[in-house]
Write a protein that binds this ligand. Sequence first.
Ligand code: ADP
Length: 667
Amino acid sequence: MVFFRRTEEERPKVPQELAHLRAALQKAQLPENVHTAATKELERLEKTDPSMAEYSIGLNYLDYLIGLPWTRITEDNLDLKRAQRILESSHYGLNHVKERILEYLSVRTLCSIQTSQVLVVDDEEIARTNLEYILRKEGHQVDTAANGMEALEKVKAHEFDVVLTDLKMEKMDGIQLLESVKQIAPATEIIMVTGYATVATAVDAMRKGAAHYLSKPIKLDELRATVREIIDRKRHVQMTRGPILCFAGPPGTGKTSIGRAIAEALERRFIRISLAGLRDEAELRGHRRTYVGAMPGRIINEIRRLGTKNPVFMLDEIDKIGQDFRGDPASVLLEILDPQQNSNFLDFYVDLPFDLSNVMFITTANVVETLPPPLLDRLEVIYFPGYMESEKIRIAQNFLIPRQVREHALTHLNISFTEGAIAKIIRDYTREAGLRNLEREIATICRKLARIALETKPSAAPVEIDEALVERFLGPRKFAHEVAEAGNQVGVTTGLVWTEFGGEIISVEATQMRGNKQLILTGSLGNVMQESAQTALSYIRSHAQQFGLDPDFFADKDIHIHIPSGAIPKEGPSAGVTIALALLSLLTGRPARRDVALTGELTLSGRILPVSGIREKILAAQRAGARVVVFPQQNEVDLNDLADDLKEGLQIILADTLESLVDVVLV
Ligand code: ADP
């Protein structure tokens, strides 16, 4: 193979792009290791033929490297009152979330204003006094000790950030002091001061846990810088320590927008990426630079785009990482999220460790129960519950409508929505735990108003949107109050389940036909739900007489149970009671009440076990217009914890056996 090569005269000495990069490299304040690596790469490129693929790969890489915010950081605004104001003015309710955020800010503030405590240990008085004077001028609080014993007494009584000790002292030398201090106060860092002749001992000191050593005669700049650096590092660890926040809840409950508000409060940049469907570690951590199409991962890419290394970074939907993910998602995520691991984050493209420990990561998930335990273990989960209708109305009035009116440039029209109109949108046009569709429908109305405003003569009269206008703008209603309006039927019961979208109403249908003892289950039922159906049938068969049934009812029959909305996968044990009552209704011929919503796990002996997602289920029952809700007896405590207005208008029945429910549900 023959390569075309330019002759020496044809080739410019240093191509222009390299000259630019060299200038950029000199201007960028890169950490030493990055600067060295970049310079080496630049020198390599200067020797590479620009027509080679390697050249352009190198060029892109170098450009990328120089553009990363290695040291660029935005100053945090730690004004608590201001933060509180921002959170309050952007979000209704969510008090537990707001409190947690303010606590986080408080810790950071305290860490950053904490004074640094230094203990100087030296048996020469003049040295002690000098060091004390210099460090005090640097703003540290300084105490002194004339020997190792005195120093130990002080370390026991008081917490120091740094102990600066001479190595050679009578009775107890610096090394012995170091060992004892590390036992009494492991968090205290030690700087060893050594004479010329004892470099070997200094190395020994470092091995035994000293943070640094200074040789005599001490250079003042070095002393100041070393103490400052050690204390800064300690504060940084203190500030970034702690669990990773995970906002969990159904869609549209404010997880993203409160993340944005946190960034605004801290005056940091905000970025959000979704991990839904993520299939390869390389998407997050980049590809090695060995081939032409190699690219950095999304984490580093976003950081570069934002231009600071401390944004608020939201990793959305960590529960939706693709099933076919290659590798272990939990360990990849922890490497990125865990402050103890992420200060040396290695993107394969960048190929140099980048410090992510200043990033404030927030993760979100719809359900956390399915997360891998090692990951869940490191997360502090903050729940975002679904909203009640009354809360939605208030949020719409105070936040969603004013925002949509603003965004559609309608502020001059003096638009208002009646409470009835908002309630109508919620009931007839949305069916959700959160607010996404509500906001979307309000936006639709605003769009139509914008058009009308242009087409008609301007008028100063206020515009009031009432129920009739809602219907005019949004068309026929999209959802019916299915439960309240459905008639009672034989073999059909209403159940409550908890899904990633919040609580949901389901109906369970059962039918029978001639056959040979088959139980047919359809509607995308998961394994656990299929087992619930089998358990329900076995329980009824084994107690047939008690329910007034022919013990051989199944002998020449097939029974088919179906849970509609087949496209949505359904899983979990909490539909056991609902299935059993659909069967009993079918077999006894007694219609079941559709307005009774059921939830509970059924055992083979007919007992009802507790379930989760109580609040979400109550909200779903309210949305669907159920009148009676049946919960397992053991969920009584959870129900007592709920606010009264959540349960308003619902009759709540607690049950611990299936038998006790027969006359409640069957007409
Ligand atoms: P999520 O991230 O949980 O899916 P979003 O943050 O996108 O939800 O919220 C959907 C919409 O509802 C956003 O416009 C948001 O501002 C609004 N919203 C949600 N909760 C509240 C609340 N408590 N107060 C005001 N607005 C809210």
